[in-house]
Design a protein around this ligand. Sequence first.
Ligand code: SF4
Ligand code: SF4
Length: 395
Amino acid sequence: MSARCIEKEMADVPECTVPLVVPGLTRDEREAERILTICNSCRYCEGFCAVFPAMTRRLDFVKHDIHYLANLCHNCGACLHACQYADPHEFKVNVPRTLAEVRKTTYVEYAWPSGFGRLYEKNALTVALALAGGLAGFLVLAVAMNGSLLHEPLQGDFYAIFPHNLLVAVFGIVFLFAILALGIGVARFWKTTAGTHGGRSAKSSPAALEATADVLTLTYLDGGHGEGCNESDNRFTLQRRYFHHFTFYGFLLCFAATSVATLYHYIFGWQAPYPYLSLPVILGTLGGIGLLIGPAGLFILNMKRHPDHGDASQKGMDRGFIVLLFLTSFTGLLLMAFRETQWMGLLLAVHLGVVMAFFLTMPYGKFAHGIFRSAALLKNSIEKRMPDSKGLGAD
Ligand code: SF4
Ligand code: SF4
């Protein structure tokens, strides 16, 4: 069979069907198996990221190996621009796109409840519907409870519009469901890919510390040489790493703001609204600014990204998530700025609608990539410390 036949657009031609090298693999997984086998012989890209050393610890690639390596890839693009076997070579090696296609398969396959994995496949529509539903729900609720979206200034008292216990109940249930769904999904992934590390945990081990550092610093978005990812062309840039950091730490600061406010409320009995110079407001404002800069930068990079880096069918999921993060922050900061005016009720309803859409789509959208990749990094840190049972040499 000609290597040209591996191309997706020719996959429906009978003589171009990709041979079933390893039973039980989907077409995307078979293509990944083909490419990983080529890379494992070539090994030119060994220094780029964790994927290549992890690949060389294997002689062949079964389904769970492919799922693990797909989630270990950070899609930096470096190995595509360096590859001597990329298109127009007849091997047509494209590691970032192939692993991106398999990654989506893993999100769908490990999702809980199982049928909900389909939401990944139509994620842009899922996000749009969740956003429309969230906005409509809170706008209608605001009118139903207060008679109007506009009101006399209420000194920033959100709970005069929506009672505190109502918000805790509604958001608590949705958030706990999202955490449960993500937790079960990643536990399924961990169990399935446990083969090489025997499912052992990394409690108190250097592996856990290393994986945590890799997650917190996004080690593998440096391209392996410290100069960063490829975006639209052969040039390296650290912009994606920086914008990821703005997004990630902005999110954590917003989460910290909510946690501190919860402690204030339940432990100290201090009720919102909190002054502009209080800890929850300072943390929330800084986090909100990070969540404006990060998603805006990632959106621009995504628009300019080289088309061969990724899976075009996932653009909607990527951009939907980025836009939702940006809107969460933007509406939150607007609410903070105008909380003492007659617009507070309207802005609060809009902000809560956006936050609800974010929570609803958390387990079935781009948010999951951070959770699955963290698990893959932990697995990588564990298995590289294990004895080399195949005699393939250490990292
Ligand atoms: S991506 Fe290309 S150059 Fe890099 S290891 Fe694979 S085949 Fe070799
Ligand atoms: S795209 Fe980047 S992170 Fe993914 S395998 Fe290639 S070098 Fe590694």
